[in-house]
Design a protein around this ligand. Structure first.
Ligand code: GLN
Length: 235
């Protein structure tokens, strides 16, 4: 890894509903507070996707924007190559769908995805909208996860994918299995907006540990984050 930790904010011009770009800001801030140099590299529809970055984040999107992002990632497979090499990837909401084998749009059209996650997504009868809380299943995470979900797609996990968490409140992946999110290798996806990493510092640090190849990080004492978590988990 280079001396500066480089965080790829992938396609914020088309994927980034509900402030999902904030996830990159949280990663940068948590790195800087621990004395690391860190910068955000924005990769737009005008740029090829580099495979040399240390962490990648992608936000949610509506159907048409989602389709533009899918095409771009298929044309420039830097993200897929980086993930295959062990780089951490955080995919929010529509980004799970884009990174799967295929997804169906709200009009029933099937679109081929990037194939990084062993998942498929089809629209459900009702939209999942509201607060979501879960118990993490990913080893190393001990704190409940909290976010805001807004999606109609329901995501089914295949055998190569494992869930991120079990739902305690809200809908999650939306196919009736009580699961939320997806983990496959160094990539993980979640339906949690929020931004997810502002609400879930343990998840942010999981990505940072993977990027740095370390088991532990210096703890950060951030009472305002604890306060935000208390409010959201109680809400
Ligand atoms: N269009 C997708 C769905 O409704 C994703 C929405 C989102 O990212 N908020 O399932």
């Amino acid at each position: 890894m280079t001396e500066t930790v480089r965080i790829g904010l992938v396609l914020p011009d088309v994927m980034g509903t509900y402030g999902d770009g904030g996830n990159a800001v949280v990663l940068r801030q948590r790195l800087r507070m621990r004395g690391f140099d860190a910068e955000i590299i924005e990769i737009t529809l005008n740029d090829p996707v580099p495979e040399s970055l240390d962490i990648y984040t992608l936000g949610g999107a509506e159907d048409s924007a989602q389709r533009l992002a899918t095409r771009h990632l298929q044309r420039y497979p830097g993200l897929q190559r980086a993930a295959a090499g062990g780089a951490p990837v955080l995919a929010i909401c529509a980004a799970i769908q884009v990174l799967g084998h295929w997804y169906e749009t709200s009009t029933g059209e099937r679109v081929d995805g990037v194939g990084l996650f062993d998942v498929t997504t089809a629209p459900q009868h009702t939209r999942a909208i509201g607060e979501v809380s879960t118990t993490p299943l990913l080893p190393g995470l001990t704190q409940p996860l909290t976010g805001f979900e807004n999606h109609r797609g329901g995501t089914k996990l295949g055998g190569d994918a494992t869930p991120l968490a079990r739902v305690t409140r809200g809908i999650g992946n939306g196919v009736g299995d009580g699961l939320e999110g997806v983990v496959q290798g160094s990539a993980l996806g979640t339906y949690m907006h929020g931004p997810a990493l502002a609400r879930n510092p343990e998840l942010a640090d999981h990505l940072i540990k993977t990027a740095l190849g370390v088991e532990n990080l210096a703890p950060l004492d951030l009472p305002e984050v604890d306060q935000l978590r208390r409010e959201r988990l109680r809400a």
